[in-house]
Design a protein around this ligand. Structure first.
Ligand SMILES: Cc1cc2nc3c(=O)[nH]c(=O)nc-3n(C[C@H](O)[C@H](O)[C@H](O)COP(=O)(O)OP(=O)(O)OC[C@H]3O[C@@H](n4cnc5c(N)ncnc54)[C@H](O)[C@@H]3O)c2cc1C
Length: 386
């Protein structure tokens, strides 16, 4: 029997959600007398990815931002839209910087510990939980678990399920090619017309930018497919053929209406992707991780259940939007064009961040209306699982 260490709370996984939750706990004096353990199978992540999100004004991550923008462009065959990010700023940071920042804070706290171990399973016993690690067992009163269990992947497939899959390059050009004052939110002009696919550009310097080709579709592509679209895009819109690729990133993010919150139990709260913290219709999760972490703290203080459930109205709207993208995948460009063209950027961003007033939600719904939405909506009335 391996030795066991006791904690009030254990956070399994020091990825985006685990780090956000840890950061919220260690910043709140209320929890100074509670003990915490964060366990991750990796000591430090090798990959350095870019995490982007939008928020109003100054925020708690401003110290470690790579860049922020207050203007963006949306391009489609139907036209160009200038997006005003002056209220909700678009911000990007490096995942490595974020991890280092939170782990530095963890090191300074006496009641917080980080251990590098692989969690094999979590056993619920009377009034305690045993987290079974590869090296050791750990005991807690409550566990926050960001592992995606293999059984869940099977279940997800019964629901509407798309993947946001993408490949991006950070490139350095010889000449000044980019305007670092604005970024490209979505560009649908060069893509496979059978799918929802677009290019995303974050200029960091006049000669340095992240260019990503992204799909919202059912299956990933070979690397060469994304790379070819990036090359074409750079050549056509930046007249750039001479550049150095200084970094590349690749990702697959699940976009699904699967009700992840049901995986949580009284003593184990699923967090992150495994807890449904990824916005199903956009694949963004950074802001949700921050928001839901704070919600968990609030619930603990109020003595309430920790389960985090999406607001019904947003869950329903995500389901419909995802249903349209899934059934009519080539129509994604039109859906996003209508939403962005017919609404002020602030209303769209509030909606995607789930911070809208009902009246604004109705305006968004009216703006994207089409026969496809009506068909999916009708289907949702009689189909239990969409
Ligand atoms: C290249 C890339 C770019 C992205 N860009 C953005 C973006 O701009 N904005 C945005 O909002 N989202 C972005 N995402 C998505 C975002 O990274 C994920 O949604 C987010 O990481 C999910 O958080 P998580 O905590 O659930 O999972 P993760 O961040 O993957 O963390 C899970 C952690 O659990 C650990 N772990 C797993 N199994 C075990 C085990 N058995 N024992 C111990 N530890 C374990 C893993 O090592 C990992 O550290 C991007 C993703 C990628 C790949």
């Amino acid at each position: 029997m391996k030795a066991s260490s006791k904690f009030d709370y254990i956070i399994v996984g020091g990825g985006l959600s685990g780090l956000h939750l840890s950061h919220s706990f260690l910043n709140d004096k209320y929890f100074n007398n509670y003990s915490f353990l964060m366990i991750d199978k990796k000591k430090y992540k090798k990959e350095d990815n870019f995490f982007s999100f939008w928020e109003v004004g100054n925020g708690k991550w401003d110290k470690i931002l790579k860049q922020k923008w207050n203007k963006a462009y949306f391009y489609s065959d139907a036209g160009k839209v200038v997006m005003d990010f002056s209220e909700y700023n678009y911000k990007t940071l490096s995942s490595t910087k974020f991890e280092e920042y939170v782990k530095r804070k963890i090191k300074k706290k006496k009641n917080f510990k980080f251990i590098n171990d692989t969690v094999l399973k979590i056993r619920e016993e009377k009034n305690k939980l045993i987290v079974v690690g590869n090296k050791k067992n750990y005991q807690a009163k409550h566990v926050f678990d960001s592992r995606m269990l293999s059984g869940v992947y099977k279940e997800i497939k019964k629901y509407t399920f798309l993947k946001q899959h993408f490949l991006g390059w950070v490139i350095k050009t010889d000449e000044k090619k980019f305007n670092k004052k604005s970024f490209v939110f979505m560009d649908y002009r060069i893509r496979d017309k059978n799918y929802t696919a677009f290019t995303y550009v974050l200029p960091f310097k006049k000669n340095e930018a992240l260019i990503e080709h992204t799909y919202f579709s059912k299956n990933e592509c070979n690397r060469e497919v994304y790379e070819e679209y990036i090359r074409k895009y750079l050549s056509k819109y930046y007249n750039a053929t001479n550049y150095k690729i200084i970094k590349s990133e690749y990702g697959i993010i699940p976009m699904t209406s699967y009700p992840f919150y049901k995986e949580s139990t009284k003593n184990i709260t699923k967090i992150g992707t495994a807890g449904g913290w990824v916005k199903p219709s956009t694949g963004y999760s950074f802001k949700n991780c921050e928001k839901y972490s704070l919600k968990i703290l609030e619930k603990i203080k109020e003595g309430k259940k920790f389960r985090i459930q999406p607001e019904r109205k947003y869950y329903f709207l995500d389901k419909i939007l995802l249903g349209v993208l899934s059934k009519y995948n080539h129509r994604g460009e039109t859906v996003f064009y209508k939403m962005i063209k017919r609404n002020p950027t602030k209303r769209v961003l509030e909606f995607l961040n789930e911070e809208s007033k009902l009246f604004d939600i109705l305006k968004i719904i009216i703006s994207v209306r089409s026969i496809y939405f009506i068909k999916v909506f009708i289907k949702s009335l009689y189909k239990k699982v969409l």
